[in-house]
Design a protein around this ligand. Sequence first.
Ligand SMILES: Nc1ncnc2c1ncn2[C@@H]1O[C@H](COP(=O)(O)OP(=O)(O)OP(=O)(O)O)[C@@H](O)[C@H]1O
Ligand SMILES: [Mg+2]
Length: 302
Amino acid sequence: MTTTEPALHPLRYLKQSPAVRERFDALKKRPVVLSVRNLYKTFPTPGGSVTALRDVSFDVYRREFMCVIGPSGCGKSTLIRILAGLEDASDGEVLLDGNPVSGPGPDRGMVFQSYTLFPWLTVKQNVMFGPRMAGKRGATVESEARQWIELVGLSRFENSYPHQLSGGMKQRVAIARALANRPRILLMDEPFGALDAQTRCQMQSYLLQIWKNLDITILFITHDLDESAFLADRILVLKANPGEVNEIIEVPVPRPRSSDQFITSEFVATKHRIDQLIHPESQSKSDEIPFPRMTVEGDDVE
Ligand SMILES: Nc1ncnc2c1ncn2[C@@H]1O[C@H](COP(=O)(O)OP(=O)(O)OP(=O)(O)O)[C@@H](O)[C@H]1O
Ligand SMILES: [Mg+2]
């Protein structure tokens, strides 16, 4: 089910500007890389079955940057695991370039929040791992690995081991390792969630540069409103219990993106709309904690 923005929401007006319309009309003329059709996922548990995803459908276009956001437990990781082929759907289908996905494959690169590099391999060996598993041998594998490492700005560290790198550097290697398999789509599950705020901002800019320079489509899961408004062309907002599509927001913030845009009406309106969808007013009231008054009446601070 898809809701529409209230008549007065500023995003509604910003989206109608000719430049924004032109951008999204052009996006939707591109080929669909990933198509998710009526996806359901139910987990059996001792307390009864849990419906993690219900009737989720959406398309991601070639070279689109799509973010997925939603409350904790709404099925974001379940969705991305099904797309990666690590989990089976209960119903529905996932098509990559029109072909059904039925298991993991090099056409989908994964980057997780936790650090997943092989600790016993150097940066270069980690990046070469996928191509070698695919049977590639010889000097080209090494020179290509060097190119990916250069792309993420870590040439000086190609012979370092993961424990010698910072969290941000490890995630850059994880991106290079995922890209080395030449995937059609990069699936990222809160990849910067464990990083400090400053490194996280740097990584967002790095990722946008990488995305701009490659023929790659990105599906990026995040909890962070700013991160989604900064990175995405469109934001898929999920709601919880069960996980369903709430709304797909077309982000009117122009590209190239920069931190100067954080105070623009486009950016603020996008964040406000996500917040409205994730924390509806009815829910904020039910979230209020009943708290006994421990101050003298009249001695109020608000
Ligand atoms: N293997 C499993 N067995 C049973 N239930 C599961 C399993 N995996 C996920 N779930 C349930 O499915 C729902 C969605 O979980 P999921 O991890 O996909 O949420 P999420 O949106 O990624 O949450 P978070 O934002 O906290 O990472 C939750 O209710 C979770 O308890
Ligand atoms: Mg998750």
